[in-house]
Design a protein around this ligand. Structure first.
Ligand code: PEP
Ligand code: MG
Length: 395
């Protein structure tokens, strides 16, 4: 394939911060992609290039000048070929020269171009590229936001309803459950990810509320993202003004698992506490998913470490943590080859790009985190999953 045009422009994400949208053309084909942006970012993520004032002018210039000049001059045989070329062009281990945001916007648009060229839906092209079996992911729907996504009104960052049904059925359950929770909570703000942001001063309260909902709807359970790196300062964790050592926090998780239908716990400890992750996985891993996010940052090398030390049993996959679709697929392949679950995820600052829905379906992810129902950019991911369900039924 010969890419003959490439143009990036600034757009706003859900927090009103600038991000990148890139349009590519190859003969009669064209494709667009935009990239999201995290807030509780892991310190080992690929580098999101921002100007001193938070803008993306340099990252846009890198796409429009250096990347455009380099990739429009040559033929590529595959999307992998383009991604490898981009990684080499950048030349740094964390994509800090050109920017992981700049590179990923091109990488996703390229994946779309190759799907168009092959005449197959995006999820199918991703499955072929990854060697995976497509399947509908469980919906991990953000019901209540806390942590850094909601001014720490609740200690943990995400309180999630997990629904293990096909998308169309799952979404009708989620819609009823979300409305019910809204009635129960009354007039509360929304958090960054389009879930409710109530404030409770008892750690168990959100779990009690979600457990009532789970009782009412079949095939549902609870998940949390503790995002514990954000709770960790001065060598201890602080939840609702109380300090915990890692061992004390592990006891909290063990008690929550005993009392509530808790399906998975993401980032239960801060990103450098690999040993604490491993101990919790040894204790709870038979019944509960212990998910690495800041710990593993979609980085195949960090996933290798987690595998060799049995730190977790599930991995969050966020393409913008690593910067190319090729490497996000490698992260999935390592995760699945070791028998762990891959859970795909949006970011807290999102755009209307629905790539993550196709990616989750294409790799047959265990789940997808796409936020609450209170924001259009989150709903678009769910709508895309519905469209994929219809598309797959006719194939
Ligand atoms: C997360 O931590 O899983 C998340 C989606 O938040 P952010 O995008 O802020 O990292
Ligand atoms: Mg997380």
């Amino acid at each position: 394939m010969r890419i003959d045009s490439l143009r990036a422009r600034p757009i706003f994400d859900t927090r009103g911060r600038p991000t990148i949208e890139t349009m590519l053309g190859a003969g009669p084909l064209s494709a667009t992609a935009s990239v999201p942006s995290g807030k509780s970012t892991g310190s080992h993520e690929a580098h999101e290039l921002r100007d001193a004032d938070g803008g993306v002018h340099q990252a846009l210039a890198n796409v429009n000048d250096e990347i455009a000049n380099a990739i429009t001059q040559r033929d590529f045989t595959s999307a992998d070929d383009v991604d490898s070329f981009l990684t080499e062009l950048d030349g740094t281990p964390d994509k800090s020269r050109l920017g992981a945001n700049a590179i990923l916007s091109v990488s996703i648009a390229v994946q779309r171009l190759f799907a168009l060229e092959a005449g197959v839906p995006l999820w199918k092209a991703i499955a072929t590229r990854a060697g995976t079996t497509p399947a509908a992911p469980r919906l991990y729907v953000n019901m209540m936001n806390g942590g850094i996504h909601a001014d720490f009104r609740l200690p943990f960052q995400e309180y999630i309803l997990v629904v293990g049904e096909k998308t169309s059925v799952a979404l009708s359950i989620v819609q009823a459950a979300f409305a019910k929770l809204g009635e129960r909570l009354g007039d509360v703000p929304m958090g960054d990810e389009g879930g409710y942001a109530p404030a409770f001063d008892v750690l168990e309260k959100p779990f009690e509320i979600l457990a009532e909902i789970v009782k009412e709807f079949p095939n549902t359970s609870i998940a949390i993202d503790a995002a514990a790196s954000e709770l960790f300062t001065g060598g201890h964790y602080t939840l609702l003004d109380k300090m915990y050592t890692a061992d004390e926090l592990a006891v909290v998780y063990e008690s929550l698992v005993t009392r509530f239908p808790l399906h998975s716990i993401e980032d239960p400890f801060e990103q450098e506490a690999a040993g604490d992750f491993a101990r919790l996985t040894a204790a709870l891993g038979d019944t509960t998913l212990i998910v690495g996010d800041d710990l593993t940052v979609t980085n195949p090398l960090r996933i290798d470490d987690a595998i060799s030390r049995k730190e977790i049993n599930a991995v969050l996959i966020k393409p913008n943590q690593i910067g190319t679709v090729r490497e996000a697929i490698a992260a999935v392949q390592k995760t699945q080859a070791t028998g762990w679950k891959a859970i795909c995820s949006h970011r807290s600052g999102e755009t209307d790009d629905t790539f993550i829905a196709d990616f989750a379906y294409g790799i047959g992810a265990h789940g997808i985190k796409a936020g609450g129902l209170g924001q259009k950019e989150r709903l678009e991911k769910y709508e895309r999953l519905l469209a994929i369900e219809r598309e797959a039924e006719t194939m």
